[in-house]
Design a protein around this ligand. Structure first.
Ligand SMILES: [Zn+2]
Length: 105
């Protein structure tokens, strides 16, 4: 049995318990009580990746995307303070949150 959590994410229940998984490829991210963002691939990109109208945000914010580590489908995106990722001006993948933010340059 499963229930939608948000677009491309679902909570499932089986004999071993409940968890959060990708709704597209069924890759299990974490137990239902854990933070699913910690199990995602995080990608940082200039804000203009979201569209040319975001040009005013360049240098102030970065577009952060959380994707499935198996199939790559997008779970969530947000703008984050560029000051948290100094020197990060081009697109790249970073480690999971709390892993030391190994920015790819
Ligand atoms: Zn997936």
């Amino acid at each position: 049995m499963s229930h939608p959590l948000r677009e491309n994410l679902e909570i499932y229940e089986d004999a071993s318990g409940t968890g959060i998984r990708c709704a597209r490829c069924f890759h299990v991210l974490c137990p239902a009580t854990a933070d699913w963002k910690g199990a995602c691939v995080r990608k940082l990109a200039p804000p203009t990746k979201a569209g040319p109208l975001m040009a005013d945000l360049v240098g102030h914010f970065l577009l952060e995307r959380f994707c499935c580590p198996s199939c790559g489908v997008l779970f969530h995106s947000d703008f984050v303070d560029a000051a948290l990722h100094p020197g990060k001006t081009t697109e790249g993948t970073v480690g999971p949150p709390g892993s030391g933010n190994q920015a790819v340059r």
